[in-house]
Design a protein around this ligand. Sequence first.
Ligand code: CTP
Length: 214
Amino acid sequence: MKASNFSCLVTAGPTREYLDPVRFFSNASSGKMGYALASAAAARRWSVNLVSGPVCLAPPSGVSLHRVVTAADMESTCRQLFPSCDLLIMCAAVADYRPVSTERRKIKKKQESLEVHLEATRDILKALASEKRHQLCVGFAAETDHVDAHARKKLRDKNLDWIVANDVSRAGVGMEADDNCVRLFSRTGESTSFGPAPKSDVAEFILRSILGPK
Ligand code: CTP
């Protein structure tokens, strides 16, 4: 479907899981891939909601931007937007763990070592995809090894229609770079590689592969 009332929900960037008011656990995601996807989706005249963790990027034009900080914020925003979307692309690098508690005051440097207890965050994509009706669900798999095997496992375990695998150990592509190199796997078993190429071209490749040409 490519009608102008087609609705796309894209997530981008990292999440932050705070230990105290000034310290947090996060990751190196720049948000560039998710923003490129949102921009490519808006260029197709789709209705686009972009749920973004903290990044230093200008919002693409024609996109509704929802800023979030934590994995829990991202989950609640996505839960509100998911029922009315036709395509979910979960590009965000959601933190897998968060501190069990967040101190209200800055932790003072009193001891030689500090133990921090972490608990798992909920898997947003898995939870949403388990409730999908008409939606197409697309995940990303950031891997450093056994890229294809891990990506195929995530595709199955999270009940996805497509997964975009990228090898984040390769120099010059991936999380913080302007370029990406991906392999797209479908639920039906096909896979296609693309790149290295600018993230805007990778975004076009992903949308074209999933929903056909503009
Ligand atoms: N994801 C999510 N919620 C989480 C963790 C991940 O929705 N708490 C989504 C990501 O946005 C991505 C996909 O799940 O689309 C895979 O994320 P990735 O970090 O590659 O893998 P994990 O499932 O977290 O597994 P692992 O860290 O063991 O590779």
